[in-house]
Each structure stands twice: as structure tokens, then as C-alpha cells.
Design a protein around this ligand. Structure first.
Ligand code: HEM
Length: 430
């Protein structure tokens, strides 16, 4: 394939891609991504305060990079976008690593697979079948609480922010009374940029301040999980905490830092993401009473609703990779050590793959979205996420006759994990 001349994205597109606020008001961002897909699908982002990187915006190229795990690595540079100031602070704090937390997403082969295998079977459908009844109890309690509001609530605060948290905490073995702390720490870790979610509830934060909040949240997380690990080593139970605490690789126990990173990735990746897609599904249903009625009457449409909600919401909005060697993507030359952004929001709205991509269509098929990534790092919790959403909506559709929006939902201002942060609804209980 002929190599296109080096392509630098126009500055207004580059600055939107790195701006958390742009993800909060994402219609405009989606228009910019569309321009990039059509005109510069592998485009260099040169934005003030950020190390340059390539934005990969087409579905096909995102898949190619995601699946080529030998050529596109997770470890050398940060897997999440951050300003240079934050990257320098991270290096300082960690003594030279680009990653504040060491976890599956910051490892490459062969170490990555050794660690992934430790818990993989826990997250497979066969094992998850065994906890379906417990998840249903949690879902039922969430819908009970929603119905008890009498017909109006903020779905995010009332249901979707809490339900996946309860589930993942059950799986991890975190006691019920500690769940609010886990929720707070996750939001602080992922939502450092959003004034409604960061520790200081402040809008004008310097990168150093944002970083400090994230560091504090990680430290609190680590402190908490070290204690949990010590407890599970002393008295193992049937939970993921015990699997991680007692794990060995090549006969050696895993280090405290690696164990803490494992807990953090499962705890953190396991709920804000599913909260976002659950809220996204509700947003779409509240927007379209006919679709709600159709799915209520025919539950075989539920898997389609869930997959479309995950695509339409795209809770994880990007991950970064580092090129291991000189290569080419979409006709664009990439040099060894270049940093690449997998723009999942853009890939999930690529007209080359999805007809009328902004439209929410529960009957869309096939729905080959990239919201769970691809390749060896593909989301470990994807079966759990789908199952949680299915169970919640089964319960909800049994108990709710109709639903509508009672205000304008707001999306979180974050370049990384996003989705609705408010979703005011009115509903009629059955
Ligand atoms: C990785 C999305 C739910 C645990 C990922 C990745 C994405 C993602 C995009 C990176 C994939 C890649 O690099 O190719 C989502 C979405 C979710 C969700 C959209 C909900 C709708 C969950 C749940 C859990 C979980 C419920 C677990 C309890 C993980 C872990 C990884 C991961 C541990 C790292 C896997 C690795 O690097 O090997 N997820 N996730 N996720 N996810 Fe999820």
C-alpha cells in the first residue's frame, strides 16, 4: 500500500481529542472524529502539554493494532493519555515507571499471560453461571430501591453507579460496608479531571493537582487491598481476593505491588465501565418508548440492547499503545517508540462498519463494536459485564411499565472512562 505523507491533525481536532470536556459534550467530538476517519485516519496529535501521538480512528486500524500484540505494546509508555507534566510526576513517584498502578493492562508477553491466567477462569461464563443467582438478588434490590422512589430518580445515582459496584465487590470479597469507599476511590482515580468527581470538587485544577488526587486514591486503594490480601492469605475463601492473594507464578508468590495492582484493575475496571453502559442503555430506552415497549414484550431482543448500549456508550474511550518497531498502519509510517491512541469512540461510530452510527438500534446486527478492545488484552470482564446488564434489565423490564427522560443527561468530562454521570428519569412501575 502507498504511504501517505505524514499527517498532522488540525489543531482544533487535536485539542478536542486531549480535552476531557470535549468527551462530556461529545456530539462535536464525534463530528471531529468523523473528519479524522475520512481524511486522516492515522493522524498525528500535537497538542500543547502532551507528548505527540497518533490517533487511530478507523475501526479496521483499531482492530489491527489491538490484535498485533508483538508490535504494539502496553508496557513501555503509559496506556492512558495524560499531559507531560503528569507523566513526569508518575516517573518521579514510581522511580521510573510510566504506570502508577502495575496491572494486566500495563504488562506485555510473556508476563501478561501468566498474570491473566490467574483469574481468567473466574470470569468465564461457566463460573459466572454459579453466581447468577447472587447477582440477581443484587439486581432485584437495586430495582426495589428504584421503584421505592415512587416514579422519579436519577438513574445513575440510584441504580447504575451502585449495582455493578455491589457485584464486583461480591466477586472480590470486599465487605458490603466498604463499598462506598471503593466507589469513591474509583471515581477519584478515573474522574480526576471531572469537577463533580475529583477529590476537591474543583474545576480549575493544574495537572499536578489532578495527579495528586489520583495518586492519593491509588495509595488508599493499595493500603486497603494489602490488608485484604493479608487476611485472605491467613484464611482463604472462595473469592477472587483469595485467588490473587495466594497466587504463585513459577512457584513464587506474586509481589504485594502486583497483587494490589490486580485488585485495583478488577475493582476499578469492573464497575465504572458497566455503570456507564447500564446508564447508556437506560438513556436510550428513555429516549425511545417504542423500543422500550418492544423489548419489554420480547426479551429475545435483550442481548441486542446490551451490545448496542455498550457500543453507543463506549465506556472506555481510549487505550494507548507503543510501537515496538518501525511499521505502517493504514498507510501511515509509524516509528519505533511512537505512541498511539486507540480511539474506541471513533471506531464505534465508523460508518464503514455501522450504518447510521449515532442511532441506537437494539436490533443492530452484526454489532462488531470495539468497546471491549481486541487481542490478548481484550476485556477480561466482558462476559460478566454482559451478564450483569442482562440480569438488571430482566428485573427492570418486569417491574417498570414505561420510562421517559425527566431532564437532560450529562456525560462525564473524562478522556478515559466516560458515560452518563446524571440521567434524570420518570417511570411508571408495573
Ligand atoms: C480491559 C472495556 C467491564 C475487567 C478492558 C479493555 C477495555 C475494556 C476497552 C482494554 C482492552 C484492550 O486493551 O484491547 C470494558 C467495558 C466494560 C468492561 C466497556 C463494561 C461494559 C469490565 C468488568 C471487569 C473488567 C466487569 C471485571 C470485573 C477488565 C480487566 C482488563 C480489562 C481486568 C485488563 C485485561 C488485560 O489487559 O488483559 N476492558 N470493560 N472489565 N477489563 Fe474491561
Amino acid at each position: 500500500m502507498a504511504t501517505i505523507a505524514p499527517a498532522t491533525l488540525p489543531s482544533e481536532i487535536a485539542s478536542a481529542i486531549v480535552n476531557p470536556v470535549a468527551y462530556g459534550q461529545w456530539d462535536d467530538l464525534k463530528t471531529k472524529f468523523r473528519w479524522a476517519r475520512d481524511n486522516m485516519p492515522v493522524g498525528l496529535v500535537q497538542a500543547e502539554g502532551y507528548m505527540p501521538f497518533w490517533a487511530i480512528t478507523r475501526h479496521e486500524d483499531i482492530m489491527t493494532v489491538s490484535k498485533d500484540n508483538a508490535r504494539f505494546l502496553n508496557a513501555p509508555k503509559s496506556v492512558v493519555l495524560g499531559p507531560v507534566a503528569v507523566q513526569m510526576l508518575t516517573h518521579m513517584i514510581t522511580g521510573g515507571s510510566p504506570h502508577l498502578v502495575r496491572s494486566l493492562v500495563t504488562m506485555d508477553a510473556p508476563e501478561h499471560m501468566d498474570y491473566r491466567k490467574l483469574t481468567q477462569s473466574w470470569f468465564m461464563p461457566k463460573n459466572l453461571g454459579g453466581i447468577e443467582a447472587r447477582i440477581r438478588e443484587i439486581a432485584r434490590a437495586s430495582i426495589d430501591a428504584m421503584v421505592a422512589t415512587g416514579g422519579a430518580c436519577d438513574f445513575v445515582h440510584q441504580v447504575s453507579a451502585l449495582y455493578p459496584l455491589h457485584v464486583v465487590m461480591q466477586i472480590l470479597g470486599v465487605p458490603h460496608e466498604d463499598e462506598p469507599l471503593m466507589l469513591k476511590l474509583t471515581q477519584e482515580m478515573f474522574g480526576g479531571e471531572d469537577p463533580d468527581l475529583n477529590r476537591a470538587r474543583s474545576v480549575d485544577l493544574t495537572p499536578e493537582q489532578v495527579m495528586q488526587f489520583v495518586v492519593d486514591a491509588v495509595r488508599d486503594f493499595e493500603g486497603y487491598f494489602m490488608k485484604l490480601a493479608a487476611d485472605r492469605r491467613a484464611s482463604p475463601r472462595d473469592d477472587v481476593a483469595s485467588v490473587i492473594a495466594n497466587a504463585t507464578i513459577d512457584g513464587e508468590p506474586i509481589s504485594d505491588r502486583n497483587a494490589a495492582g490486580y485488585y485495583i484493575i478488577v475493582a476499578a475496571a469492573g464497575h465504572d465501565t458497566t455503570s456507564a453502559s447500564t446508564a447508556g442503555a437506560m438513556w436510550a430506552l428513555a429516549n425511545d418508548p417504542e423500543q422500550f415497549a418492544r423489548i419489554k414484550a420480547d426479551r429475545s431482543l435483550l442481548p441486542g440492547l446490551i451490545e448496542e448500549a455498550i457500543r453507543w456508550t463506549t465506556p472506555v474511550q481510549h487505550f494507548m499503545r507503543t510501537a515496538a518497531e518501525d511499521c505502517e498502519i493504514g498507510g501511515q509510517a509509524i516509528a519505533k517508540d511512537d505512541w498511539l491512541m486507540l480511539c474506541y469512540v471513533s471506531g464505534n461510530h465508523d460508518e464503514r462498519v455501522f450504518d447510521d452510527p449515532d442511532r441506537f438500534d437494539a436490533a443492530r446486527g452484526p454489532n462488531r463494536h470495539v468497546a471491549f478492545g481486541a487481542g490478548v488484552h481484550q476485556c477480561l470482564g466482558l462476559h460478566l459485564a454482559r451478564m450483569e446488564m442482562r440480569i438488571l434489565f430482566e428485573e427492570l423490564l418486569d417491574r417498570v411499565e414505561s420510562v421517559e427522560l425527566a431532564g437532560t443527561p450529562q456525560r462525564a468530562s473524562s478522556t478515559f472512562v466516560g458515560g452518563p454521570k446524571t440521567l434524570p428519569i420518570r417511570f411508571v412501575a408495573s
